[in-house]
Design a protein around this ligand. Structure first.
Ligand code: ADP
Ligand code: MG
Length: 414
């Protein structure tokens, strides 16, 4: 399930209208009747124009006909949803070009994008349910049982909504998180952080200092009523900065005593928020302890650092919730239209996903614990993914690229 924007420039204004109409129809029909697409498209040319666009969209894999359907119709594919989201970002002038993919999670694709001024940003495309549709039978069953709330499109959109809302709230409170810039459907645009995941850092000068800072973040989240829920070495980016050298005036007389390079300042930036939970959650203690444990475990393995003090403990953190005027952020999502039902559906999907990850060969730890043949896993995904979506993919060497970026030429429409 990769993103290929190449067909984008060939879409006409009519094609976009028909694609949008198919999306509208998706609200009530998984398979949108062709007649409904015709009606919703409101093309001047009438049905024949719509059919022309339908063929073009189907050829580009943005909509798909379903075999053995009881009536004539099309459904939106992941590719189609990607295009609609990119179209919106492009119209809002957030995204002008799409570059390489920098991250592939099991639930997302992370792309570098740029706006018209060339400023690089990150586009996170949520892909919840992408593995669930593939190999694990229990998940297909799960999703079948939850038809009403179980579709990948709905879940991915929920993940993006929730993540965006929390990023905004956290950012407002001054937490070190990327700046969320825009959300459309299952995607988020945010600032690009020039940093490496903690996972890739082999040694640090002061592990105790960094450890303290990370535990401090867990406690700060808690004080605002939140638990990150996936606070690990993949979701903590470490910015390395040289302290700004002091001006000449000071160091003048210190000859012979050539200063060593000042040590790098490491600043953690936290990412990845769809699974955040409230300190009031029924399993809050488990989530809190797990976040703490992840950091302890990683520091011990990687930096051979073991904290002298036990904890921190949930019961102590719980007492600090809302103290010293700390704004409660755990109701944030709900306050912004993310209903309890949505939260429940998303949580079930994420929990379900975690079960799959435990039962499937781990793809993220290749350099240590296991041999890691995760590539295959990602590759086979294409075939079964999204119950037969047309394959869309981006090649490493993008055609018509300018420094690796592909221009999104989006027709002026709507
Ligand atoms: P997932 O939910 O799939 O784990 P993440 O949000 O954790 O997705 O992103 C996956 C990876 O992409 C991260 O580990 C990081 O390397 C990279 N990444 C994500 N967001 C950013 C960002 N704003 N700036 C730089 N790199 C990022
Ligand atoms: Mg992550």
């Amino acid at each position: 399930m990769l993103l290929d924007t190449r067909a984008m420039r060939h879409l006409t204004a009519e094609d976009w209208k028909v694609l949008t109409a198919t999306e509208m129809g998706t609200k009530n029909h998984e398979l949108v009747p062709t007649q409904l697409i015709e009606r919703l498209s409101r093309l001047k040319g009438g049905a024949s124009g719509v059919h022309k666009s339908i063929s073009a969209l189907a050829k580009a894999g943005l909509i798909a006909r379903m075999k053995e359907a009881k009536y004539d119709g099309y459904r939106l594919t992941y590719g189609g949803l990607d295009y609609l989201a990119l179209h919106t970002h492009s119209q809002r002038r957030q995204v002008y070009s799409v570059g390489t993919r920098i991250g592939v999670g099991k639930e997302s694709d992370i792309m570098i994008v740029a706006d018209e001024t060339g400023t690089q940003k990150v586009l996170k495309i949520h892909r919840l349910g992408r593995i669930s549709f593939r190999t694990v039978k229990s998940n297909r069953d799960y999703l079948k049982k939850n038809q009403a709330c179980g579709s990948w499109m709905y879940l991915s959109r929920l993940a993006a909504m929730k993540e965006y809302v929390f990023m905004q709230a956290l950012r407002q409170e001054g937490f070190p998180v990327p700046e969320p810039l825009a959300q459309s459907r299952h995607t988020i645009v945010m600032t690009l952080i020039d940093a490496h995941p903690l996972r890739q850092i082999s040694s640090v000068r002061d592990p105790a200092g960094l450890y303290g800072e990370l535990i401090g973040l867990i406690l700060r989240f808690a004080k605002h009523g939140l638990i990150h829920g996936d606070f690990n070495e993949f979701n903590i980016l470490i910015k390395e900065e040289r302290p700004v050298p002091e001006t000449e005036s000071k160091g003048k007389g210190k000859e012979g005593d050539e200063e060593e390079e000042p040590p790098l300042i490491l600043t953690p930036i936290v990412i990845d928020f769809p699974q955040m939970v409230s300190m009031e959650h029924q399993n809050a203690e488990m989530y809190f302890d797990r976040d703490v444990h992840c950091i302890k475990y990683f520091f011990e393995r990687r930096f051979h650092f073991v904290a002298t003090e036990p904890g921190p403990f949930f019961k102590d953190a719980k007492k600090t919730v809302g103290k010293d005027g700390a704004r409660r952020l755990d109701a944030t999502a709900e306050a912004s239209g993310f209903t309890k039902k949505m939260a429940k559906d998303l949580e079930a999907a994420i929990r379900n996903q975690a079960v799959i990850q435990e039962s499937a060969p781990d793809s993220s730890d290749e350099d240590e614990e296991d041999g890691g043949d995760e590539e295959d896993e990602d590759e086979d995904q294409e075939e079964e993914n999204g119950d037969g979506d047309a394959k869309v993919h981006i090649s490493e060497t993008l055609p018509e690229s300018e420094e690796g970026m592909v221009k999104l030429v989006v027709s002026e429409t709507t």
